[in-house]
Design a protein around this ligand. Structure first.
Ligand code: PLP
Length: 406
C-alpha cells in the first residue's frame, strides 16, 4: 500500500491543529474523505443533480442512472446475489431500526428470544430492547470471554429453538473483536433464527461477502468508509425483504394510491420512501471504487500491522490498560491509570492528535469493562507509523503531566 500517495488524497489531513501537524486517529467514529469522493459529489451537483425515478428529462435520467448505478456497485462490493437486496438508508442505525421494526415486530411474540452480546453499540441494542418490549420477546446475551471475544461454545449455549433473531457486530467499535459471523449464522440457522450483522466497523476495513457469511441482514454506514454522512446500506436476503412491510410511507415507495388504500413498489424501492439520498449514493459509489483500487485485504492487513506496532509500544508504558483481544481490528481502546480519558484526549489534542474519549455508544460494555469511559485510537488507510509514534509520545506527555498533578 502506498500510504504516502493515499494521504495525499485526503485534503483534511494536510493541516495543523494546535500548532502541530494533524494526526487523525478517530476513523472508527468517521473516516476522512478523499478528493475522489469529494469530486464525485461536486460533479454530481454541478452536472447531474435532479430528482430520480420521476422525470423523463435527460438530467433526471442521468441522476437515476447514477443512483441505481451506485446500488449495483454496492451489490458487487458486498457480493449480494440480487441488486434489489441493497436498500439505501441513512446509516447503520437506520438500517438496524428498519429490520427491528419491520421484521421484528411482525415475527416476534411472547416467549421468543432475541440474542445479542454485551459488546453491541447502542444502535444494535436499543432497537432490540424496543422490539422486545413491544412483542414480549426476551433479550439474551451471549457471554463474553475475559478478553472480549465470543466463543462458539457460548454461542451454542445461548441460541436455542426459541431464538428468532441473533443480532451481532461484525467488529466491536470498542474492543476491536472480530466476531465469527459465518459460524454464528450456522448455529442460528440450525435453530431456525435469522442473523442481523452490525457491519459498521466491518465493511470499511475488510472484504465482506454477505453470501459467504450467510447472514440474513447486514447493515453499514458510508461515512466510516470514505463516503459522506447520511448514506448507509441495509443488505437483506430477498426472501425476508419481500415479506417485510415498509416502515416509512409517502412518495417514491408507492405503486398505486387511492383515497383509503395504497400499494407499494417492489424491492428495493418500497423501503426508500421520499426523495432518496442521491448525492450520498454517488459519494458511496466513489468511495467503494476508491477502496477497491487499494484492496480490502491489503487494508485489513495494513491496519492490523499498524495496530500491532502501536500495541508493542503502548505495552512499554507503565500504567496503561488496553482492552480487547490480541487478534483485533485496527483500533485500540485504553485508559491511563488514574487519568480520565477526557483529560488524556485533551492533552493529545493539544499536540494535534485526535482520539476519541467517552463511552463510545456502548454503555453496557463500559459496565462490563468496569469503567465509565475509555480513550480510543482508531486507524485507517491514511495512518502511518509516524502517526503511531506521535500518539505514543503524546501519551507519555499526558502521563508525565498528570503524574505531576496527582
Ligand atoms: N455500530 C457500530 C459498531 C458503530 O461503530 C457505529 C458507529 O459508531 C454504529 C453502529 C452506528 O453507526 P451510524 O451512527 O453511522 O448509524
Amino acid at each position: 500500500m502506498d500510504v504516502k500517495a493515499i494521504r495525499a488524497d485526503f485534503p483534511l489531513l494536510n493541516q495543523e491543529v494546535n500548532g502541530h501537524p494533524l494526526v487523525y486517529l478517530d476513523s472508527s467514529a468517521t473516516s476522512q474523505k478523499p478528493t475522489q469522493v469529494i469530486d464525485a459529489i461536486n460533479q454530481y451537483y454541478r452536472l447531474n443533480n435532479s430528482n430520480v425515478h420521476r422525470g423523463v428529462h435527460t438530467i433526471g435520467t442521468r441522476a437515476t442512472e447514477q443512483y441505481e448505478g451506485a446500488r449495483e456497485r454496492v451489490k458487487q462490493f458486498i457480493h449480494a446475489q440480487y441488486v434489489e437486496e441493497v436498500i439505501f438508508t441513512r446509516g447503520t442505525t437506520t438500517a438496524i431500526n428498519l429490520v427491528a421494526t419491520s421484521y421484528g415486530r411482525a415475527n416476534l411474540t411472547e416467549g421468543d428470544e432475541i440474542v445479542i452480546t454485551q459488546m453491541e453499540h447502542h444502535s444494535n441494542l436499543i432497537p432490540w430492547q424496543q422490539v422486545a418490549k413491544a412483542t414480549g420477546a426476551t433479550l439474551k446475551f451471549i457471554p463474553l470471554e475475559d478478553d472480549g471475544t465470543v466463543t462458539l461454545a457460548n454461542v451454542e449455549k445461548t441460541i436455542t429453538q426459541a431464538t428468532k433473531i441473533v443480532a451481532i457486530a461484525h467488529v466491536s467499535n470498542v474492543l476491536g473483536t472480530i466476531n465469527p459471523i459465518k459460524e454464528i449464522a450456522e448455529v442460528a440457522h440450525r435453530n431456525g433464527a435469522i442473523v442481523v450483522v452490525d457491519g459498521a466497523q466491518g465493511v470499511p476495513h475488510m472484504k465482506v461477502d454477505v453470501q459467504a457469511l450467510d447472514c440474513d441482514f447486514y447493515a453499514f454506514s458510508g461515512h466510516k468508509m470514505c463516503a459522506p454522512t447520511g448514506i448507509g446500506v441495509l443488505y437483506g436476503k430477498k426472501v425476508w425483504l419481500e415479506q417485510m412491510e415498509p416502515i416509512e410511507f409517502g412518495g417514491e415507495m408507492i405503486d398505486f394510491v387511492d383515497l383509503y388504500d395504497s400499494t407499494w413498489k417492489e424491492l428495493p424501492w418500497k423501503f426508500e420512501g421520499g426523495t432518496p439520498i442521491i448525492s450520498g449514493a454517488v459519494g458511496l459509489a466513489a468511495a467503494i471504487d476508491y477502496l477497491t483500487v487499494i484492496g480490502l485485504d491489503q487494508i485489513m492487513t495494513y491496519e492490523q500491522q499498524l495496530t500491532a506496532y502501536a500495541i508493542d509500544q503502548l505495552e512499554q508504558i507503565d500504567g496503561i490498560d488496553i482492552y480487547g483481544p490480541k487478534k483485533r481490528a485496527g483500533l485500540i481502546t485504553f485508559n491511563l491509570t488514574d487519568v480520565h480519558p477526557h483529560d488524556t484526549a485533551t492533552v493529545l489534542d493539544s499536540e494535534g492528535i485526535a482520539v476519541r474519549a467517552g463511552h463510545h455508544c456502548a454503555q453496557p460494555l463500559m459496565k462490563w469493562l468496569n469503567v465509565t469511559a475509555t480513550a480510543r485510537a482508531s486507524f485507517y488507510i491514511y495512518n502511518t507509523e509516524d502517526d503511531v509514534d506521535r500518539f505514543v509520545n503524546g501519551l507519555k506527555k499526558a502521563k508525565e503531566f498528570f503524574g505531576d498533578v496527582f
